[in-house]
Write a new protein. Structure first.
Length: 643
């Protein structure tokens, strides 16, 4: 009988770069809670997916010479393959390019517009393209995006706005009256004190300087801004607003949104306000977990310090990786990743504690009882304590997981494992086996060991699915009544007379020194800079030849696409007291908006020419390396000579 429904979500991932172990953290946690709720009798909906619109996607696809959807199909396939490798048990995978999502987001925009909660205006401010985020001057950190640390650009364009400020008081009241809606508790203080109380500004929810997005239904010169588009996936995936019965009525409001701490603002302040405007209940909880850090900071593809989860799975197995992520770190806080910490955790907990317990217990049944588990006969002084700890663990795990305390939930299970190992040391079956008079006691010890292992195998199901099934195979238990979650509170369910058979080691012990060397070698190989082929140096010139070239600093004051050539941009430059136009073949590498305000070097005395019908009065200097291109710049007044 179902205990009810449970709806858990992860953020929809941005598909522009390889996912690393930090990205997988959220999804592994969501998978564990979804599996736990399923085995405890809930009807679960577990949603994940990909966020596929926006300027950054359009720019990346353009650099690769692909249509955005063509580029996305390949990258999204890689993400789905990773989730398959990690055996993520999601129920639905949503792409924001799915027809039904685009259709429903368009309808949501129209609903908000008709209610007067969206209006047309003009946006002028600071924008971080990589994060798709708008910021005020006061929110910047050292003049840069507070989330990613990259430079922001001044932006001015016509836009539609959502009346976020209208919901400021309701949001403040929500957080004050429902402190459990956002965890850890420190996140509420951050949202209230850093964003709500200083005053919320209306939110720009459309863009008109690029077209890769869902068209605004009342004005197709605009596309819907990524956060209104992306955040709505949690309800469009359930059918809203077209189908308010069915899945939406069944699963909404979500039981928990699991998100990284850097996007809590979007998933509480912005998302909650949108839902309030739609008269839709807000989620029951948002949990903003911490980051997995490497020495030197957050994992980043750009600095080459990512950890590839596929490599770790290939070497140690998916169960070992999932266990490590959930056991090593306190969910909600940052944690430091090192290969040594990973390997030590696998050896200590999985190989020594769990693996050794299963191996030696089954070996003793095979050695002393021919592989047949005997019935318990004569009690020992240690039985009751073992049974109490084993059967009380389930309730403790329940409480921990209901609070998303994965690490301590696993610790409760490992208390049973450690107690069972201690039970072997206390009862010393090898000594009992030497005297036939102790046969009844030995029978009880062997039975109690196998029954404790059965309970352990039930409790680890949400975290170590392969390991639990391997144990069932070795102790000859089929998935069913003896593996149901509720049976973990009863001692004595395992059937005496069952034949056990020792299998391969659950987690072979790792030679840490050898493995560390192997992992370091892999890291050096993966992070090695690609060999660059440089263009040959041109024939020599004299100083007289060079002195004929007039190089000047110029400031880009305007930039637009060439109307007749996809590869060309038309730049308006300020060169001292003069303004001039230069046509440059850099459209593949730069968006026009991001060039405005940059200081560049130009060849000022190059004879003007017309390029595809547009006058070009000079040439911009740039450096190339393979597919990369960078403009040569100088931090000095425009018009200055370069010599």
């Amino acid at each position: 009988m179902s205990k009810g429904t449970y709806y858990v979500t992860t953020p929809i991932y941005y598909p522009s770069s390889k996912l690393h172990i930090g990205h997988t953290y959220t999804t592994v946690a969501a998978d564990a809670i979804a599996r736990y709720k399923r085995v405890t009798g809930y009807d679960v909906m577990f949603l994940t997916g990909t966020d596929e619109h926006g300027q950054k996607i359009q720019n990346v696809a353009k650099e690769k010479g692909l249509h955005p959807k063509e580029f996305l199909d390949g990258v999204v396939s890689e993400i789905q393959n990773l989730w398959e490798t990690m055996e993520i048990s999601y129920d639905k995978f949503i792409r924001t390019t799915d027809d039904y999502h685009e259709r429903r987001v368009s309808e949501l925009f129209k609903i908000l517009y008709d209610k007067g909660d969206i209006y047309k205006g003009e946006y002028e401010g600071l924008y971080c393209t990589p994060c798709e985020s708008f910021w005020t001057e006061s929110q910047l950190k050292d003049g840069k995006c507070p989330d990613c640390g990259r430079a922001v650009q001044s932006t001015k364009e016509e836009a539609y706005f959502f009346k976020l400020s209208k919901y400021q008081d309701r949001l403040l009241e929500l957080f004050e009256s429902n402190p459990d809606i956002l965890e850890p508790k420190s996140r509420i203080n951050e949202m209230v004190n850093n964003f709500i109380k200083p005053g919320l500004e209306d939110l720009c929810v459309s863009r008109s300087t690029f077209d890769w997005g869902i068209p605004v239904p009342i004005d197709e010169k605009h596309v819907i801004y990524v956060w209104l588009d992306a955040l709505s996936n949690y309800i469009t995936a359930l059918g809203y607003p077209e189908e308010k019965d069915g899945d939406f009525a069944k699963y909404w409001p979500a039981d928990v949104h699991l998100v990284g701490k850097e996007i809590v603002r979007f998933h509480t302040i912005i998302w909650f306000a949108i839902l309030m405007a739609l008269d839709v209940p807000v989620p029951k909880k948002v949990f903003g977990h911490g980051w997995i850090l490497l020495e030197g900071g957050k994992m980043s593809k750009s600095v080459g310090n990512i950890v590839d989860p596929v490599v770790l799975i290939e070497r140690y197995g998916v169960d070992a990786l999932k266990y490590f992520l959930l056991r090593e770190y306190t969910f909600g806080q940052d944690g430091l990743f090192t290969n040594e910490v990973l390997l030590n955790r696998i050896n200590a907990d999985l190989a020594n504690d769990l693996g050794n317990l299963v191996s030696r217990s089954i070996s003793m049944v095979e050695k002393y009882r021919g592989g047949v588990v005997p019935a318990a006969k004569t009690a020992t002084d240690f039985d009751e304590d073992l049974k109490n700890i084993a059967t009380s663990a389930s309730n403790l795990v329940d409480k921990r997981l209901d609070n998303l305390d994965f690490s301590n939930a696993l610790e409760e299970i490992w208390k049973v494992i450690r107690r069972t190992n201690k039970y072997i040391d206390e009862t010393m079956p090898w000594a009992l086996a030497k005297d036939e008079a102790n046969a009844g006691v030995l029978d009880s010890v062997l039975y109690n060991l196998i029954e404790s292992i059965r309970i352990i195998s039930v409790l680890i199901q949400p975290f170590l699915i392969h390991t639990s099934r391997s144990i069932w195979n070795q102790i000859n238990v089929n998935e069913g009544d003896a593996t149901a979650w509720d049976t973990s509170v009863e001692f004595g369910i395992y059937q005496p007379g069952t034949i056990v058979k020792k299998g391969e080691a659950l987690f072979p012990r790792i030679d840490i020194k050898v493995e560390l060397e192997a992992l370091e070698a892999l890291a050096r190989e993966n992070n090695a800079a690609p060999k660059i082929t440089y263009a040959p140096i041109k024939p020599e010139i004299t100083i007289d030849d060079f002195s004929k070239v007039d190089l000047r600093v110029a400031k880009i004051i305007a930039c637009k696409a060439h109307p007749n050539a996809d590869k060309l941009l038309i730049l308006s430059l300020k060169v001292g007291d003069e303004e001039r136009q230069v046509v440059s073949g850099i459209a593949k590498h730069f968006n026009p908006d991001e060039l405005i305000g940059k200081e560049v070097i130009i060849v000022a005395n190059l004879k003007p020419v017309k390029l595809r019908g547009e006058l070009s009065q000079g040439m911009i200097l740039a450096a190339t390396s393979g597919e990369k291109l960078a403009l040569v710049s100088a931090e000095i007044e425009d018009g200055s000579s370069v010599s």
